[in-house]
Write a protein that binds this ligand. Structure first.
Ligand code: ADP
Length: 560
């Protein structure tokens, strides 16, 4: 470099300083930072401005009023002085004119008016001011002073309480005396009079100042109280937001008319509460899901442990001495096979349920005849029913019942219900499956003459892994997943499943399906059994099955 200084590799990126005027910074420092403080300051500033304007106006008007009063007062006093002078002059001049023809004042008058006693009367008692008197005559209607007619009397009396001397000079007044044979004029001018003006103005100003201070004090208190009232709802809103942010989801803003403040703030509080409600609901749902997931995992581990423990025991026994005994060996291998089957069945059901719950399963809706779906599922259960010595009957509608449904999944529903009925019905019992058309769709009823369900268990039987107390004594197997799957599938179809049961008499499960799950929420259109000539095209546009696994059934024979 030419100047020898090493150049910086990167220029320091210095932002040009933002010009913040000193005045703005000072104003920011002085201004209160809370809304309440600012509101109070605004109230007080407005009141102070009003008071200042009123005081200025009052004092101004008062000054004008005093000036007017003073002028009138000085004129009256001047007139009194002039009349007194005329009286004294008449008295001392005798029969001579007071002001002679050559415009000279009579010497006796001059002597009398220059006497101290007269001057005291004139200045101290009549005028209460410095007095200048001139005697003269009227020439062409105008005052012409006499050569020796100028008299001055200075005020010497001390002031009365509240009086001060005012540095002003009044306009001269002219008093014409016409009664004598030679008329003359008296000119009177008063200056530096005693007045109450300064005291009155000082008193008024003091009074106004006191009123102002009292008004300001009251207004500060009132403004602070009002501002507090205005800002209370905002403070509440802030507190509630903070509570919410800190995790207190039950925190709400009171919205009753007495505490909520203005309409806008009430609206804001309502909106805030609505938002808080939604947040709380969402969090509740997430928590519930989390808890359910945790319970589910615990249940799954529990369910898996039993067959795995059994398998391990068989395995150990087979490896030991028992493995040499062909009968025992065959028995353990058979038992292991059962446990493996159960594990497989459990895994399939769990996978199915989790897919149903997560929404991964999309229904393959087709306008098929529901009778065929149900018939097929029932047929597959017939072998098991026969084996158990239970009578399985099916009653279908006369006409095809075309409702939009996923035949494989609905078949699974029927298989699970019939499988349960077989499981919980003693030998010699009866099971009836009915398919009925309803105005909105169809109803499938699975009724058995089995062991029944105790009333206190009824609300729980659709829960995952719930097994009734009589389940084991009836038929042993089962994991409490069958009805959970039934409910998931039926709800995906927009339908419902209910149960009626009497202990020792039997149970009836009723599945209600809408005519079309896609319009299940719409007003019922009076679904009737479909006409046989309706197109039988599968509808895969809206709901299709993404599942690649085989649909498991509660009853191995009923798997679709
Ligand atoms: P699982 O049959 O594997 O135990 P489910 O979910 O199918 O599981 O059924 C849950 C419980 O409901 C059963 O354990 C049983 O107590 C009761 N249950 C279901 N169906 C019937 C039925 N038809 N008769 C009596 N009890 C039943």
């Amino acid at each position: 470099m030419a100047d020898g200084k090493p150049a910086p590799l990167i220029e320091a990126a210095t932002e040009p300083p933002v010009p913040v005027s000193l005045r703005a910074r000072a104003a920011h420092r002085i201004m209160p930072h809370t809304f309440q403080g600012r509101l109070t300051l605004a109230f007080v500033a407005i009141l102070a401005l009003t008071l200042t304007l009123v005081t200025t106006l009052v004092l101004n008007r008062l000054g004008d009023y005093f000036d007017q009063q003073q002028r009138e007062d000085l004129t009256a006093r001047s007139l009194g002085v002039a009349q007194y002078v005329a009286l004294v002059a008449e008295g001392s001049s005798g029969l001579r004119p007071v002001v002679g023809e050559s415009r000279v004042v009579d010497p006796a008058v001059v002597v009398e008016l220059r006497r101290t006693s007269q001057q005291r009367i004139l200045a101290d008692r009549l005028a209460k001011a410095d007095v200048r008197i001139r005697l003269g005559t009227a020439v062409d209607g105008k005052f012409a002073p006499a050569s020796n007619g100028d008299f001055t009397a200075l005020l010497e009396a001390s002031a009365l309480a509240g009086q001060t001397r005012e540095p002003i000079t009044s306009d001269a007044i002219y008093y014409t005396v016409t009664g004598t044979f030679l008329p003359y004029m008296v000119e009177v001018t008063l200056s530096n009079p005693y007045t109450y003006r300064a005291t009155a103005i000082a008193t008024t100003t003091g009074l106004l100042a006191i009123i102002g201070i009292v008004a300001l004090t009251v207004s500060i208190v009132a403004a602070a109280a009002l501002a507090r009232r205005f800002t209370t709802p905002l403070r509440r809103l802030t507190e509630a937001s903070r509570g919410l942010a800190e995790g207190d989801l039950a925190r709400r803003v009171p919205t009753d008319a007495a505490t909520a403040g203005s309409l806008e703030l009430t609206e804001l509080a309502l909106q805030f509460n609505a938002m808080a409600n939604r947040v709380q609901e969402s969090v509740d749902i997430i928590r519930r899901d989390r808890d359910r997931g945790r319970d589910f995992l615990a249940d799954v581990s529990h369910e898996l442990r039993t067959p795995i423990a059994a398998l391990r025991t068989f395995n150990e026994l087979l490896r030991e001495r028992v493995g040499e005994d062909p009968d025992a060996r065959a028995e353990f291998i058979e038992a292991s096979g059962v446990q493996l089957e159960r594990l497989d069945w459990l895994a399939q059901n769990l996978l199915e349920l989790s897919k149903l719950d997560s929404g991964l399963v999309l229904l393959d809706l087709r306008p098929d005849d529901l009778r065929a779906t149900v018939e097929q599922a029932v047929e597959q259960a017939e072998t098991a029913a026969r084996r158990r010595g239970v009578d399985l009957a099916i009653h279908l509608t006369e006409h095809p019942l075309r409702i939009r449904h996923d035949p494989v999944r609905v078949g699974q529903v029927v298989a699970n219900l019939v499988g349960n009925a077989i499981k919980f019905t003693p030998r010699g019992g009866r099971i009836a499956v009915d398919v009925v058309a309803t105005p909105d769709g169809a109803r499938i009823e699975v009724a058995d003459t089995g062991v029944g369900i105790p009333p206190e268990e009824l609300p729980r039987i659709f829960e995952r892994f719930y097994r009734g107390t009589r389940a084991n004594e009836a038929r042993g197997s089962g994991s409490g997943l069958g009805l959970a799957i039934v409910r998931s599938i039926v709800e995906m179809h927009g339908g419902s499943v209910t149960v009626e049961s009497r202990l020792g008499t039997g149970s009836t499960f009723t599945v209600t399906l809408p005519r079309d799950p896609r319009t299940a929420d719409d007003a019922a259109t009076g679904a009737l059994p479909a006409k046989p000539d309706e197109p039988d095209e599968p509808d895969r546009t809206l709901m299709t099955d993404s599942s690649s696994t085989a649909v498991p059934g509660l009853n191995p024979d009923g798997a679709g």
